[in-house]
Ligand binder design. Structure first.
Ligand SMILES: Nc1ncnc2c1ncn2[C@@H]1O[C@H](COP(=O)(O)OP(=O)(O)OP(=O)(O)O)[C@@H](O)[C@H]1O
Ligand SMILES: [Mg+2]
Length: 371
């Protein structure tokens, strides 16, 4: 049986990865000039895929070492220190002995480092420290990329995925004060999907990371790129999809990578030979039904005013929302609208591009329209 050539879920690699050529070029240039970067994009937009691709592209270049650290499952400072140490140790060196000697010589604490082999023959590294050593251990571990870069004469790139999680540990000040001396040798990429938290961290004057990064925006992958990507995959599996049908799917999903792949997956799955409009319509209906629980949960967490405001945005395509006529049509005052839009942005439900407001999740929009 021929395997479905589309994939949606976690990060994608190789032939499942579409485009992002410009973003990769920009990232590489920024790294070379020593910038730190903040990469924000909504959930399931392809952040991790892009950064893993960057890591992979730089893998064979001896002048770089790339460290990828996902903060998603980190729940305390101690865990942060230990997991970051383990990730650094694995990414930066090849043998346990080398790692131990490199790190031991640079620590201000007397580190108690362990190396254990798991069932798959992979080594994982532990760093044990007492409570009174926590602060110094954090500083030491944060400094490891710099120590390594200087000693080995390479550029170290540290990618923090889901960086917003750092907020809960209250180590921002320390973190920033340590890494701000690393700029020539180490580039940091901070990535995450919670725009409200990240923009406060990086745009609020009172916060440690204020204006310390370049913001890199990633947009939807273009229709032309999806056309190429999807038509080749249909062709190779002896099925037919037209340019117009891909365009239709692109319009439905607003080019959102996860939904684009999911809808293409489902359309491919229901197609014997040639795609038709009924297949697309049925697949779309099924997709919205599948995500029902997720959307109804988000919806039930909105206040009545927020629900009204979401419908208001959709009714006017997010444009000219403060026009008096539109406001009176929906019986909303300008002040209520302002505070409600802010609250919806804080919940990452609504965002704004230029002067237009829109729902961050294009399928949430389709779901609400069916209410
Ligand atoms: N460049 C791409 N080409 C093709 N599909 C992509 C691409 N980027 C993302 N996708 C689709 O989106 C899905 C999610 O990608 P990824 O996990 O990289 O996103 P993310 O932004 O890191 O998500 P999250 O916010 O959940 O961490 C992938 O499984 C794939 O279906
Ligand atoms: Mg991700």
């Amino acid at each position: 049986m021929v395997k479905n050539p589309f994939y949606f879920g976690n990060e994608v690699y190789d032939e499942d990865f579409c485009n992002r050529v410009k973003e990769l070029e920009e990232l590489k240039k920024d790294i070379d000039v020593g910038l730190n970067i903040l990469l924000y994009a909504p959930r399931r937009f392809g952040k991790t895929s892009l950064l893993k691709k960057l890591q992979n592209d730089l893998k064979n270049d001896a002048s770089y070492k790339v460290v990828f650290f996902d903060l998603f499952s980190v729940s305390s400072i101690d865990e942060f220190i230990q997991k970051y140490f383990n990730v650094l140790a694995i990414a930066l060196e090849t043998t346990p002995d080398k790692i131990l000697s490199l790190f031991k010589s640079t620590f201000s604490i007397r580190p108690n480092i362990t190396a254990t082999l798991n069932q798959n023959g992979e080594t994982s590294f532990g760093l044990n420290f007492s409570k009174s050593e926590r602060n110094n251990s954090l500083e030491d571990v944060l400094n490891l990329p710099l120590v390594y870069a200087k000693k080995m004469g390479v550029k170290v790139v540290v990618i923090f995925d889901e960086f917003q999680e750092i907020e809960q540990f209250e180590i921002e000040k320390k973190f920033r004060s340590v890494i701000q001396t690393h700029s020539k040798e180490v580039s940091y990429i901070f990535c995450g999907s919670k725009k409200s938290i990240l923009s406060e961290m990086f745009n609020d004057r009172t916060r440690a990371f204020y204006k310390s990064v370049k913001h890199l925006h990633i947009n939807e992958i273009s229709l032309e790129d999806w056309e190429m990507f999807a038509s080749v995959k249909f062709e190779r599996t002896d099925k037919i999809i037209t340019k117009e049908q891909i365009e239709h799917i692109y319009t439905i999903t607003s080019g959102f990578p996860y939904y684009m792949q999911q809808l293409l997956f489902m359309v491919w799955d229901s197609t014997q030979r040639s795609v038709n409009d009924t297949i697309i319509k049925t697949a779309l209906k099924l997709m919205i039904e599948r995500e029902y629980d997720l959307y109804s949960l988000i919806w039930s967490n909105l206040t009545p005013n927020q629900k009204k405001c979401v419908k208001y945005i959709l009714a006017f395509n997010g444009e000219n929302l403060y026009a008096n006529e539109s406001l009176s049509d929906f019986s909303i005052s300008a002040t209520t609208l302002k505070s409600t839009l802010e609250a919806l942005a804080k919940k990452d439900v609504v965002d704004r591009k230029n002067d237009r407001y829109y729902l961050v999740d294009p399928f949430m929009k389709l779901w609400v329209e069916r209410l």
